[in-house]
Design a protein around this ligand. Sequence first.
Ligand code: T46
Length: 131
Amino acid sequence: MNSQLIDFTIMGDERGSLIALEEHHNVPFDIKRVFYIYGTQEGVPRGQHAHYKTKQLLVAISGSCKVTLDDGKTAITHILNKPNIGLFQDALIWGKMHDFSQDCVLLVFADTYYDDSDYIRDYDKFLEVIK
Ligand code: T46
């Protein structure tokens, strides 16, 4: 599966930590969009779709959540609970974000502007598309 965890270099000093994210350095694509989700209710999953073209990098900058990535053959669940770890989600990978802690802020970088037609929201359709 073309997804991977990326370990960001933590900088900073006695005042605290700092992480810098730059396109094509530690973010493996052009950054066109940044969004974040927070305040997700306990037991409520998010995502549950794939994208035709969009690649994403997900970072839990506060709290924790799980992200299950599925290429139609294998599903792998990652726990995101460190602000220095990013999870790359390629296009045509089904993603489900779940088990959010109350304080979770999930920051997402994407290489496309928002376009609803890029979403595949039906799992059976996803399996057809990747055949
Ligand atoms: C993902 C997870 C982590 C926009 O207007 N612009 C945007 O860039 C996004 C992402 C969403 N929206 C609108 C579309 C919906 O009316 O915000 C509303 C909620 O979006 P959605 O139902 O897609 O939210 P999630 O949390 O299920 O999924 C989002 C991303 O869509 C998805 O790619 O990985 O966050």
